[in-house]
Design a protein around this ligand. Structure first.
Ligand SMILES: [Fe+2]
Ligand SMILES: [Fe+2]
Length: 274
């Protein structure tokens, strides 16, 4: 199966990069399933239904969120009726968190793709439950090669150590484990020892002439002066579509290829060969 995950869509330039490039990338790579992290798609803060539909229409099969999940309050009700939208699985009061943190998608040809999102607890502003325990339980519910033909884990967190530990924790049980939240693509894409495709961060879909997608002058000033600045606004230059491509062996659900995708904007272009 051919899978792709694209990192945090930041504001209009991020959405434009998805709209401009995802349809072509999807068809060029013959992608079977696409996950996009959309926690910053609405002006950098959260997600609305209208914007979610724009990203679905461009070729996403599933959207994930993160620490910005509820920045737009309508997401609290929207997620309850949209099973293609996932939030972190490890909220402490699970019964009170709207929506779900994992889902099993059935493709038109009958193959099944499981998606799980977890949020880390190192350096994060919300303290959720242990993501490892939550992902462990979710993986038990969709064993690779039995219940699911492919499993994608979005590990949304700050620390590369926590992301890498999650990669190894899922190794052999997931087709791909990919980090989101830090908005910068890492160069450690690889197939782990047990066959899981891995990258510490998929990078954002957004304008890289920025500080993680936001206007750089305001961000520099806040760091420099340690004084309150203006509200963060997305940088408005041309965005890059940034993510990870994983091809699996249908017999095992494990990765046989794991390569980055970067199209448009300021980052140098990388496309898996076909
Ligand atoms: Fe983000
Ligand atoms: Fe985040």
């Amino acid at each position: 199966m051919k899978l792709a995950f694209f990192g945090d869509v930041v504001g209009k330039p991020g959405r434009q990069a998805v709209v401009d490039h995802l349809p072509e990338v999807r068809s060029a790579l013959a992608l079977d399933f696409v996950v996009v992290n959309a926690e910053n798609a609405a002006g950098g803060f959260g997600l609305t239904e209208t914007i979610a539909n724009e990203v679905f229409h461009a070729g996403a099969d599933c959207l994930t969120l993160g620490d910005h999940a509820w920045d737009q309050r309508e997401a609290l009700t929207y997620i309850a009726r949209e099973s293609r939208l996932l939030r972190p699985i490890n909220y402490p009061a699970a019964a009170e968190a709207p929506g779900q943190g994992a889902n099993l998608f059935v493709l038109p040809d009958g193959r099944r793709v499981g998606v799980i999102q977890a949020q880390g607890i190192v350096f994060m502003k919300q303290l959720l439950d242990n993501p490892f325990s939550a992902v462990d339980a979710a993986l038990e519910n969709m064993p690779l090669g039995m219940v699911a033909d492919a499993v994608i884990v979005d590990m949304h967190c700050e620390a590369t150590s926590e992301k890498m530990a999650m990669g190894h924790f899922c190794d052999g049980r997931a087709s791909m484990v990919v980090g989101s939240h830090t908005h910068v693509p890492t160069a450690d894409h690889m197939i782990l020892a047990g066959g899981t495709g891995y990258q510490s961060d998929a990078g954002m879909c957004g304008d890289y002439d920025s500080v993680i997608g936001m206007q750089k002058d305001n961000s520099i000033r806040r760091f420099h002066t340690q004084l309150p600045g203006k509200r963060y606004e997305p940088a408005l230059g041309e965005g890059t579509l940034s993510g990870l491509f994983v091809e699996t062996d249908d017999a095992t659900g494990l990765a046989v290829r794991c390569e980055p995708i970067r199209v448009g904007g300021r980052l140098s272009e990388v496309m898996p060969g076909v």
